[in-house]
Design a binder for this molecule. Structure first.
Ligand code: PHE
Length: 346
């Protein structure tokens, strides 16, 4: 190859030179610029070039060497900079403390409720928040057009999202809808807890919100009695609020249970003597419950002559208020870290 072509060839190579580290860079320098390097070799050959070509080829050769040196120096500087930066890293420094988050009080209490009931054989079942009328009301013995649907201040999902029969789709107003789903898909014995968020069309204030959280429970088997319901709820209340806790069941009404009751626990602030918290009664209400209405069992395909069951439902916010005395319900959904940090992470 003519000297000129060899110079051009090397010029091409020099422009493409790349090194990943200082060792590779040194190898390049040796390859091209050392005493036995390829560029140095061209200088040796230059001596034999005809005088009329010396000027042009001499310039080209110098340019080649210059370019190779520049490129190698440039890369050397880059490596030096990187090494200096790495030197600045103080690997012995104590790391910044990692800030641990805290669990939301509603999650803590929900988990505690689940934990207590799981010790007597209850497992968790979940279902959709956007539900149909059938699962929230129809199968739970709410007659069509029954005003009880209003009792729960339902949010209906509008046509806009393309649903044909708008009033059939709604935001569940209780997690009893999960119970209907469980009853239609599983055979007794059934022992489930249904935790989750529910929605009701209420004006937002310190005492009410348009959404809140429930844990409902359902137990269906042969020979389940009202005494079983009472014992399960007494066990729960003592575990949750302390061994001295007493319970009281007051007759009430729910379309899906018969008989139905509301349950109070003895006020743990005044020990039942009566204070402003329990409005002087010594009792505070914590949940609704009852024996599953045979109509509900039948609507879900369970033989009410063979099986019976009890159900209960409680608001997690309510229980949390009793445990932690949170005065304003809105604090639970505002995500103010000054509030949330008060709850231990565990
Ligand atoms: N579903 C009822 C409510 O949301 C609570 C409840 C559940 C009452 C089960 C009785 C039995 O108000």
């Amino acid at each position: 190859m003519a000297l000129k072509d060899r110079i051009n060839d090397l010029l091409g190579q020099v422009n493409q030179m790349k090194a990943a580290n200082a060792d590779e860079l040194e190898a390049l320098r040796i390859k091209y610029l050392s005493k036995k390097g390829e560029i140095t070799a061209l200088f040796n050959d230059f001596r034999t070039v005809a005088p009329e070509e010396k000027r042009e080829l001499g310039q080209l050769l110098n340019q080649l060497r210059q370019q190779a040196e520049n490129r190698i120096n440039e890369m050397r500087e880059q490596f030096a900079e990187k090494a200096a930066e790495a030197d600045k890293l103080d690997l012995t420094r104590t790391p910044d403390p990692i800030e641990l988050g805290t669990r939301h009080p509603l999650s803590l209490v929900k988990e505690e409720i689940i934990d207590i009931f799981s010790r007597i054989g209850f497992t968790v079942a979940e279902g959709p928040e956007v539900e149909d009328d059938k699962h929230v009301y129809g199968m739970l013995n709410f007659a069509p057009e029954h005003p009880a649907r209003d009792m729960q201040d339902t949010f209906f999902v509008e046509k806009e999202i393309g649903i044909q029969k708008p009033t059939d789709i709604l935001l569940r107003s209780h997690t009893s809808s999960v119970q209907t789903r469980v009853m239609t898909s599983q055979k007794p014995p059934i022992r489930v807890l249904c935790p989750g968020r529910v929605y009701r069309n209420e004006a937002i204030s310190a005492r009410a919100h348009c959404f809140f959280h429930q844990v409902e429970g359902l137990y269906i088997d042969k020979n389940v009695s009202y005494a079983d319901l009472r014992e399960a709820l007494l066990y729960f209340s003592k575990e949750m609020f302390g061994p001295e806790t007493k319970i009281r069941l007051r007759p009430s009404y729910f379309p899906f249970t018969e008989p139905s009751a509301e349950m109070d626990i003895s006020c743990d602030l005044c020990g039942g003597k009566g204070c402003s918290f329990c409005k002087g009664t010594g009792w505070v209400e914590i949940l609704g419950c009852g024996m599953v209405d045979p109509n509900v069992l039948e609507a879900c395909g369970i033989d009410s002559k063979v099986y019976s069951g009890f159900a209960f439902g409680m608001g997690v916010e309510r229980i949390t208020n009793l445990k932690y005395r949170v005065k304003d319900l809105r604090l639970f959904s505002e995500n103010d870290v000054r509030f949330l940090r008060q709850f231990e992470s565990c």
